[in-house]
Design a protein around this ligand. Structure first.
Ligand code: ADP
Ligand code: ZN
Length: 306
């Protein structure tokens, strides 16, 4: 099988080709400009590539409801040109294979559950901490959409006692994303995140917020694994600090050795490393192909009965 994958980000697009083992065979990336120009590059990349299906993991919010007139759209983004943009529809008109469509973090959660840190498990939560914070949710073998899709990056958080920073979320100010995503680190401390590696207070405060996200995930969803990805999570010294805070917040209430003894195997970086997003698209493509095959089987069965 040859699958195509699109990691549609607000800053850059990554397109790739891979297989059913989650191996990425080819990739390109280009900056996200206006939709027409950017999507034309996606189409050009896949032209003549002989793929069986494509999966798109998109920045959002996006419309995931197949019954909605705006299914396949990026909806309310402040990114110029992209609000109410029919991304899926435009690509469907030129690429005639089954196309899987989900948001970037749900795609990454599916990729991790298929080939990565949550491989073989029925559930996981993938939280990216980068330009924004987002959480993808995979439960009982399915990605959660529900009303829209989970937006765990914008949960209210309890403020660290020493933190007087106002927060940078344009909607909520001091929500999780407003307090703990890359841009908030930069605004609070005056330099970019990767230049703050040696400042212990930075990571103590950061872990205080990220632990709250993990605790919400554990209490709401009881996932079998939590994966923290994105640029800021590359600061691996964060992980032990998050473990400490999670255990403190839960205070022995959730009775599982994964929290009490094995938390370092439970809250982990992406098993797929920097390919988490791209592999997520491959996993979406694989599911889209399976779904389209079972639909055509059903159709031919019902035709045979008439
Ligand atoms: P995006 O979220 O745009 O897809 P990233 O996950 O790389 O991309 O996130 C970018 C944000 O993460 C920026 O705010 C950047 O400063 C921050 N960042 C990237 N790498 C690191 C790092 N190694 N340490 C700390 N912060 C980082
Ligand atoms: Zn917010």
């Amino acid at each position: 099988m040859r699958f195509g994958s699109v990691e549609a980000g607000g800053t850059k697009f990554v397109c790739g080709i891979g297989n059913e083992h989650g191996e990425v065979l080819e990739r390109i990336e280009f900056p996200t400009t206006q939709p027409e120009e950017t999507l034309a590059k996606v189409e050009a990349f896949f032209a003549g590539k002989e793929i069986d299906a494509i999966g798109i993991g998109s920045f959002g919010p996006i419309d995931l409801n197949p019954a909605s007139p705006t299914y396949g759209y990026v909806t309310t983004t402040p990114k110029p040109g992209w609000a109410q943009c029919d991304v899926l529809g435009k690509l469907k008109r030129s690429i005639h294979v089954p196309i899987g469509w989900d948001n970037d973090v749900n795609a990454a959660a599916l990729g991790e559950a298929t080939w990565g840190a949550a491989q073989g498990l029925g559930s996981c939560v993938y939280i990216t901490v980068g330009t924004g914070i987002g959480g993808g949710v995979y439960v009982e073998g399915k990605l959660v959409h529900g009303l829209v899709h989970p937006e765990m990056g914008h949960i209210p958080v309890k403020r660290h006692p020493e933190d007087t920073f106002a927060g940078v979320c344009p909607y909520h100010g001091d929500c999780l994303e407003g307090m703990a995503a890359g841009p908030s680190l930069e605004k609070r401390w005056g330099v970019k995140g990767h230049e703050l590696a040696d400042n212990a207070k930075v990571w103590e405060i950061e872990a205080y917020y990220l632990a709250q996200a993990a605790v919400h995930a554990i209490l709401y969803l009881s996932p079998e694994r939590i994966v923290f990805g994105g640029g800021v999570s590359k600061q691996r010294q964060l992980f032990p600090l998050v473990y400490e805070q999670v255990q403190k917040l839960l205070n022995g209430y959730v009775q599982s050795e994964w929290v009490s003894e094995r938390i370092a195997e439970y809250i982990v970086p992406p098993g797929l490393g920097d390919n988490a997003g791209l592999c997520g698209g491959l996993a979406l493509a694989q599911r889209a192909l399976e779904q389209s095959r079972s639909q055509s089987e059903l159709q031919s069965q019902s035709q045979a009965q008439v």
